[in-house]
Structure formats: structure tokens, C-alpha cells
Design a protein around this ligand. Structure first.
Ligand code: BG6
Ligand code: MG
Length: 221
């Protein structure tokens, strides 16, 4: 294992909850039912795709013009940015700071593969941006998760092959993207959405370099 590639929202910090709150506010406003179970299907996917999914779910796919959709996305992002403006290093999920230290001590490369355009700002607020050797720009990709592009780009930027990478995700679309990139997939969260992962942990505090190495060896040989 030469590199570990991280998803951000729901893996490094709990901003998955902020995305939920900001979309819920929009959905309530346009009278579309929105609960946590439906929100699972939005995890890992782009802002545009998320809005489309919400509108289809509410039977309102054709109801809004392009400009109205832009306005809804802008409003969602404004709300989301207000929520993330309060982030501090204390908002790192348990075990993440320790895992980053363990990786750095072993000279394992670290990259970020987040679909979020807000990712660099969040890494800065969490004061971990300097730990990352590469941060993929999601706007430069042809296809988002569950396609493998974002993870393949991370490997390319790090100068390692996909088979030398492990990647950590909390979303079904993310695990599918990792597997289709030919990498070792680590899922954080509930078993149901993580079934395709090579290693599953319930929470981020269960992650460690020792555990990754142990499962990596069993997987490879
Ligand atoms: C992903 C989140 O990381 O980023 C999605 O899991 C979100 O919920 C996507 O929609 C895009 O984020 P942003 O910040 O660019 O709207
Ligand atoms: Mg995520």
C-alpha cells in the first residue's frame, strides 16, 4: 500500500450532516418529501446531480427552469457555507488525525477525492490541508462517482498505480467508484450501503494503519 485516498464528507468530518440539513431546507421550501433514508442516495454525488435526484423524487423534474435550478443550488450552497464556516480542527471525526499521523510516519501518500467544490476550504478550516499530497478538482472530471475518474485522477497525481492505493468512503457511490478504479475499498458506516467494500468499519475511530495493512495483506495474497 503506497497511498491512501480519502473521501471528505462523512469520512474526515461530519459535513455529510450539513449537506443533509441544507438540502432538507430547500426540499421543504419546494414541498418535496426529504428524509435521511432518501438522503443516503445523495451522498457522494455532485450538487447538480443531487438537485436533479431531489426533483425527480418529488415528481418535479420538469417544473423548474435552468435559472431556477441555479438559484436553488446557489441558495443550498450559501446555507452550506454558513454551516462550514464554523468548522475548526475539533470537527475532525474521531481517529482521523491519528490515522493521518500514522500514514505520514510511514511515508504513505495521502490524497483527497471529494466531489465537493467546498473541499479545499474545509481542509483549511480543519487545518489538515498540508497533510495532502494531492487534492482532486472535481470540476475537471468528465464523470463523478460512482464512475472511477476521481480516484484514478488521485492516483495519477500521486504517481502511484491504482493497485497500490486504498481509499476510504462513506457512500455507496464512492465504494462503487473505488472498486471500479481497481483499488482496495474501505467503507465507513452501515453495512447495507457498504456491502461492496473490501473492509468495513462502523466508525472512523476504528480505522488505523495496522488494520489497513492487515486487511490489505489478506486481500492481496
Ligand atoms: C460530496 C457530498 O462530497 O460532495 C455530496 O457527499 C455533495 O453530498 C457533493 O452534494 C458536492 O458538494 P458541494 O460542496 O460541491 O456542493
Ligand atoms: Mg462522503
Amino acid at each position: 500500500m503506497k497511498a491512501v485516498i480519502f473521501d471528505l464528507d462523512g469520512v474526515i468530518t461530519d459535513t455529510a450532516e450539513y449537506h443533509f440539513l441544507a438540502w432538507k431546507h430547500i426540499a421543504d421550501q419546494i414541498h418535496i418529501p426529504f428524509d435521511r433514508s432518501f438522503n443516503e442516495s445523495l451522498k457522494g454525488i455532485s450538487r447538480e446531480k443531487s438537485l436533479e435526484t431531489i426533483l425527480v423524487h418529488g415528481g418535479a423534474a420538469a417544473k423548474y427552469s435552468k435559472a431556477e435550478k441555479q438559484a436553488l443550488m446557489f441558495q443550498k450552497n450559501q446555507h452550506y457555507q454558513t454551516l462550514i464556516s464554523k468548522l475548526t480542527p475539533k470537527d475532525l471525526l474521531p481517529g482521523i488525525s491519528r490515522l493521518l499521523c500514522e500514514l505520514k510516519n510511514e511515508n504513505i501518500k495521502i490524497a483527497l477525492a471529494s466531489s465537493s467544490r467546498n473541499a479545499p476550504k474545509i481542509l483549511e478550516r480543519l487545518e489538515i490541508i498540508d497533510d495532502f499530497h494531492a487534492v482532486v478538482d472535481p470540476t475537471a472530471l468528465a464523470k463523478g462517482k460512482p464512475e472511477p475518474d476521481i480516484f484514478l485522477t488521485a492516483a495519477l497525481l500521486l504517481g502511484v498505480s491504482p493497485a497500490e492505493c486504498a481509499a476510504i468512503e462513506d457512500a455507496e457511490a464512492g465504494i462503487a467508484a473505488i472498486k471500479s478504479a481497481g483499488m482496495f475499498a474501505v467503507g465507513v458506516g452501515h453495512e447495507r450501503s457498504m456491502h461492496a467494500a473490501d473492509l468495513m468499519v462502523g466508525q472512523t475511530c476504528d480505522l488505523s494503519l495496522d488494520l489497513l495493512n492487515e486487511k490489505w495483506k489478506q486481500h492481496s495474497f
